[in-house]
Design a protein around this ligand. Structure first.
Ligand SMILES: Cc1ncc(COP(=O)(O)O)c(C=O)c1O
Length: 396
């Protein structure tokens, strides 16, 4: 236990005494800084000192002319990690997915097949339709994140004389699957998707915002997971902890075309070495820590499983990467209110001075999401569980 934690605990004990409370208040305002554990997402990390140093010292050039040495290094590194010819730095995962799909489906009346719980379907404002002119043909996501392959095959319309249908151009697989609790998609499943895609001459795009989490969870090389993919988008700003950016990889010809599309989408940036540099640091220093995030997520889920008596349910087996989804099945406590309580400081609660930020997900008022990243430690995980017990054991 750190010295600060001990001091905070003493202060909390004082806080519960009427006479000593003013002393405690003085201590609290002057000494004990509140500890915030932010588990809403893995996008909330702040850049590490080595990342900031790399940004400050990055070699740069005009990337629209293809002259930024740091971006070139990052793009090359990601392409080689994923077994592809070329890479392209983009500001966001959303733009990266959009550019890839605009490359694969670039004519009128064309569609891509994707999961009804995919990030592209739910959380990207329908940009592939509104900006890309692509019809999103949805297939049900199974709870394990996969798409039902019979349903997928039934929805393919690759061409022919029947003018009723869109022309199917690509299949999109999200790995890990965010909405399904960070479910990793296996290489064996990807083999099946690939044989369908080949049979119908379809491209495969992998939204691998958290591809390295999937590789870590399945204990395989990331390139093994995407060997059949024509394009793969990987986010640097999720579990990898960099402040910004995604890298799209594929064949040289595909990436050249995506380079043109990126410019049209307003993503042609100039001295982006300052943005690419922390990405390189993330691959060196944060990638090896993903395993610990997964262990903390599992530990957390096991702790949450012990709150069954308070009306909380969690499927521990489903927790395979850095996300935990659990449900609060209670009439007196909705997920939103629970998250508010977790964020309140509550100095006399145990542990003291801890604000835990979690996300109420969906609209049923039950599901809460906790996401693990390199700025949530094992001690944080244990303390958040203690705070949860405190809150859940009360009636409201
Ligand atoms: C699976 C997945 N794909 C794409 C994105 C989009 O990334 P960005 O927020 O950088 O646009 C996210 C963001 O959380 C995501 O979870």
């Amino acid at each position: 236990m750190s010295a600060n934690t001990v001091l905070k605990r003493v202060a909390a004990a004082f806080d519960s005494s009427l006479f000593l409370r003013p002393l405690c208040k003085l201590y609290k305002t002057n000494m004990a800084s509140t500890r915030v554990v932010d588990m809403r997402s893995d996008t909330v990390t702040t850049p590490t000192e080595p990342m900031r140093a790399a940004m400050a010292g990055a070699a740069v050039g005009d990337d629209v002319y293809g002259e930024d040495p740091t971006a070139i290094a990052l793009q090359g590194k990601m392409a080689s990690l994923l077994g592809k010819e070329a890479g392209l730095f983009l500001p966001t995962g959303t733009m990266s997915n959009l550019a890839a799909l605009m490359c694969h489906a670039n004519g009128r009346g064309e569609e891509v097949i994707l999961g009804d719980r995919s990030h592209i379907s739910i959380w990207e404002q329908g940009a592939i339709a509104s900006l890309g002119g692509i019809f999103p043909r949805q297939v049900r996501n199974n709870p394990d994140g996969t798409l039902d392959l019979d349903e997928l095959v039934s929805k393919i319309h690759p061409g022919g004389h029947d003018g009723h249908y869109c022309l199917t151009k690509a299949i999109v697989i999200e790995n890990t699957q965010n909405f399904c609790g960070g479910a990793p998609i296996s290489p064996e499943y990807m083999d099946k998707v690939a044989s369908i895609a080949r049979k119908h001459s379809l491209k495969i795009h992998v939204d691998g915002a958290r591809l390295f989490n999937a590789a870590t969870a399945l204990d395989v090389e990331a390139k093994e997971l995407v060997k059949h993919a024509d394009t793969v988008s990987v986010c640097l700003s999720k579990g990898l902890g960099a402040p910004v950016g995604s890298v799209l990889v594929g064949s040289k010809e595909t990436i050249d075309r995506c380079h043109r599309i990126r410019k049209a989408l307003g993503g042609g940036m100039r001295q982006i070495g300052v943005l690419a540099a922390p990405g390189l640091v993330a691959l060196e220093t944060i990638l090896p820590l993903l395993k610990t995030d997964h262990e903390n997520a599992k530990l957390f889920a096991q702790g949450v499983a012990g709150f069954g008596e308070f009306g909380v349910t969690v499927d521990v087996e489903r927790v395979r990467s850095n996300m935990v989804l659990f449900s609060i099945e209670r009439d007196d406590l909705r997920a939103e209110r629970f998250c508010e309580f977790m964020e309140e400081e509550g100095s006399s609660d145990s542990p003291p001075f801890l604000k835990a930020r979690l996300l109420a997900q969906g609209t049923d008022g039950k599901v809460v999401r906790a996401v693990f990243h390199h700025q949530v430690s094992r001690e944080d995980t244990e303390d958040v569980l203690k705070k949860m017990r405190n809150i859940l054991s009360k009636k409201y």
